[in-house]
Design a protein around this ligand. Structure first.
Ligand SMILES: [Zn+2]
Length: 438
């Protein structure tokens, strides 16, 4: 009798634990909205500040925006949009249900699989920072001729910021361009790790295009914001949508700096000086250890770095600088390569995702300063792009933004790699022409 009661109690407690996740998102809705002109866009920006809303995706030409609205603000939000005549509709009524779904699907994928080995990862789950950190070490040990793991420095919370150097010539052959790639600079953009891990897979374990491995030296930083990423896995899913790093330099009320606004390029012009904002740019350029690590990698390889790729989510965009609308000298060529990359992805994408759109960040979406990709251009890297991977769908017709459908992980890696290959091959030609190697 007592044992039965005990078991029942444990069951109830477990049930309680299972359902206690994501509590702070109960009743939070995802809205889609469209803006017809500059005035409406401005109004949305005001509302974003006023209600402290989390805009997931900014609206672009013929593409709606997406915003997360907590339960208690929905009435006011809807009233204000209606009053201003801004088109909007509820995409997801209660995001908590889908957060639970993501959690359940990823947990069950995890339970079925063996762990991190040199034979490669299975592309059906999101790996933790610890998994990835271990994986980089395992690969460097298993493939010493091509893979080197480097610890570039420490994050705010003292995590090592490790990255891989992949090269058949130990970075000694100056006739090869360097390609730089990073993901998870924004903590909540979990799907982006698939792009880096898939690229590593194709360059090290299952090499299907030999020129990709032989003709380039690769630098891949899978987790550019380790503390933020760890935080998104934290207590009861409360911080699933955390974006910034975990700096405490600005008081404890609000933490963190948007690392993609902290680079030394047009600093502070398209970002926030409010510590609590998701686009807070920090005390000054490179105030954060994570951006310093990336800056130093670029500096070390600048002479040969031909292509810089910063992988984000979401929205199916390939964006290039500058974030204030000024175009780089090679803008036309930059745009054309962007289009070729986009077409390569579109050719193999899932039909329920929209085609990629290519353009300048500010002209397409919004002004953004201090970004990693802009910084790379500013110090002389010829081609630099921010990818925004597709918003994922558990079923067609519903947008899930940052949430990951395990069924899409391998596809995300695969299709993004199709784009990267095209960019890399253009970069190879451009590098050879630039260095007189043709
Ligand atoms: Zn991002």
């Amino acid at each position: 009798m007592r044992a039965t009661m005990h078991r029942a109690l444990v069951f109830v407690l477990l049930l309680g634990v299972a359902y206690a996740k994501f509590e702070n998102y109960e009743g939070t809705s995802v809205y889609e909205f469209s803006v017809k002109n500059g005035a409406e866009a401005k109004l949305m920006q005001q509302l974003e500040k006023e209600l402290d809303l989390d805009i997931w995706a900014h609206p672009g030409p013929s593409r709606p925006g997406t915003v997360l609205v907590p339960k208690q603000l929905k009435g006011e939000f809807e009233y204000k949009l209606k009053f201003a005549g801004i088109q909007h509709k509820v995409q997801v009524d209660n995001i908590k249900e889908y957060m639970e779904l993501e959690d359940k699907l990823l947990t069950s994928a995890k339970s079925q699989r063996a762990n991190v080995t040199a034979a490669g990862l299975s592309f059906d789950r999101v790996y933790t920072w610890e998994d990835i950190d271990q994986y980089l070490e395992v690969l460097a040990e298993a493939y010493p001729d091509t893979v080197t793991v480097v610890n570039g420095g420490s994050s705010v919370e003292r995590r090592p910021m490790k990255y891989l150097k992949i090269s058949t010539t130990n970075f000694q052959d100056k006739s090869k361009p360097v390609i730089y790639m990073q993901s998870l600079l924004h903590a909540r953009e979990w799907i982006t790790q698939a792009a880096s891990l898939y690229a590593i897979h194709r360059l090290v374990i299952d090499v299907t295009e030999r020129d990709m491995r032989n003709d380039f030296d690769w630098i891949i930083v899978p987790v550019a914001n380790p503390d933020g990423f760890v935080h998104t896995h934290g207590i009861s899913g409360t911080f699933r949508y955390w974006r910034k790093n975990r700096s405490t330099d600005y008081g404890l009320l609000c933490m963190g700096v948007d690392l993609n606004r902290n680079f030394d390029v047009i600093f502070g012009t398209g970002s926030s000086d409010n510590v609590c904002s998701d686009t807070f740019h920090g005390a000054g350029p490179f105030s954060e250890p994570e951006t310093q690590v990336i800056r130093d990698i670029i500096a070390e390889h600048k002479d040969r770095m031909e292509l810089f790729l910063d992988i984000h989510s979401f929205g199916s965009w390939i964006l290039y600088g500058y974030g204030n609308g000024t175009l780089p000298a090679n803008a036309l060529y930059t745009h054309l390569i962007g289009v070729q990359m986009a077409q390569a992805i579109d050719a193999v994408k899932k039909s329920y995702n929209p085609d990629y759109v290519v353009g300048n960040t500010a002209l397409m979406l919004y002004e953004a300063s201090g970004s990693a990709a802009d910084y790379a251009i500013s110090v002389g890297v010829p081609f630099s792009y921010t990818y925004e991977l597709p918003g994922l769908r558990f079923d067609p017709g519903t947008l899930f933004g940052f949430l990951v459908d395990p069924a899409f992980i391998e596809q995300a890696g695969f299709e993004t790699w199709e784009g990267i290959k095209v960019g890399a091959r253009y970069a190879r030609n451009s590098y050879r022409a630039r260095k007189g190697l043709l």
